[in-house]
Design a protein around this ligand. Structure first.
Ligand code: AQP
Length: 326
């Protein structure tokens, strides 16, 4: 069976971008592929998180994945640092990656601007560790949002280089997009992101969500309810696209265009529809938090399976690169 692999950083609370851009696809793909889904805590270290907060976030992201439908009976769910081969393969691939390739990465530039006091080497080599994450499981399919396109292209180039230098070893991983490869944040400008404060959290209550939606940007040309609206440029209407049925969406669009329906009511409808999806996720997450031993068991079993798969790949890599000297 072909394999899929993807990871989420434990850098904060999961949000609708993570859910629609990645998690929805994890749940879909786990039925068709041997699946490895990972909380990438080594990646999160590039942001120098408080250790207690990192521990909390690792568990919360794992809980979020499970509550969203990742099934530990079908998929291997694990924490990256429980599998030391990620760092090991990362080093091998670091030695194959030209500096010039890394210099082109826009995420490095963005992150450097976000944390000018901590532009560490890990931020720069981040996409190489990401390549190792994928290659370690010899994954053919990687479900991610479109912010990862450049990194995935680099991963393909790096693995092609490995295959050219050391012989055919790794498949070229294909990107799989969901229907929402880029969810825009409530500021209506940047992608929804854990670190930009523009997100709707997956675990937020209905009230918290409505509160956030109240301040969210809509059609910039619609300043008063009496102004005719343009749903096609409104980020709130774009979100309706993922949570609202066709008929209600058509009514909303017509009401907005004719100024019969105001932004406040449109946002209330979105909050209600969001709650239909988020409510059950929140309940499953609460149940998982109450059973920490169960989460420990799932992550320990996942780590064991991931280590077995990773060890087999590293055997091959050691053999091919000459790191096996006996
Ligand atoms: N806004 C988004 N739209 C669609 N997909 C998204 N993803 C993230 N934001 C959106 C996808 O979610 C997966 C996990 O992301 P990540 O946590 O590994 O990294 P990130 O992209 O850096 O996430 P954030 O929320 O933006 O975190 P910070 O603020 O810490 O950098 C990936 O598949 C990503 O594409």
């Amino acid at each position: 069976m072909a394999r899929t692999m993807s990871g989420i950083q434990p850098t904060g609370n999961l949000h609708l971008g993570n859910y629609l851009g990645a998690l929805v696809n994890f749940v879909e793909l786990q039925r068709q592929y041997e699946s490895f889904f990972c909380v990438v805590d080594l990646h999160a270290l590039t942001q120098r998180p408080d250790p207690a907060l990192l521990r909390r976030n690792v568990r919360e992201v794992a809980i979020g994945m499970l509550a969203s439908g990742v099934d530990p009976e079908r998929a291997t769910l694990f924490v990256q640092s429980d599998v030391p081969q990620h760092a090991e393969l990362g080093w091998v691939l670091t030695c194959l990656t030209p500096l010039g390739d890394l210099n082109r990465m826009t995420q490095f530039k963005d992150k450097s601007a976000q944390q000018p006091e901590n532009i560490n080497a890990g931020l720069f080599t981040y996409p190489i560790l990401q390549t190792a994450d994928i290659a370690l499981y010899r994954a053919e399919v990687v479900p991610v949002g479109d912010d990862q396109d450049q990194h995935l292209e680099l991963a393909r180039e790096t693995l092609r280089r490995f295959n050219f230098v050391y012989g055919d070893t790794f498949p070229e991983p294909k990107t799989v997009r969901s229907k929402a490869p880029r969810v825009i944040g409530l500021d209506g400008e940047a992608k929804m992101s854990k670190s930009k404060g523009n997100e709707i959290g997956l675990f937020e209550t209905a009230d918290e969500t409505l509160q956030k939606l109240r301040g969210a940007k809509t059609d910039p040309a619609r300043l008063r309810k009496s102004d005719l609206g343009h749903p096609e440029v409104c980020n709130i209407f774009a979100l309706h696209g993922f949570f609202t049925g066709d008929q209600q969406r058509e009514e909303i669009a017509a009401g907005c265009r004719s100024a019969q329906l105001g932004c406040v009511d449109c946002k209330k409808m979105l909050a209600q529809n969001l709650e239909l999806v988020k409510g059950p996720i929140r309940e499953r997450a609460a149940a998982l938090r109450e059973a920490p031993g169960k989460l420990d068991e799932i992550l320990a079993a996942g780590a064991e399976k991931a280590r077995t798969a990773a060890a087999a790949t590293m055997e091959l890599v050691r053999e091919r690169t000459g790191l096996r000297h006996r």
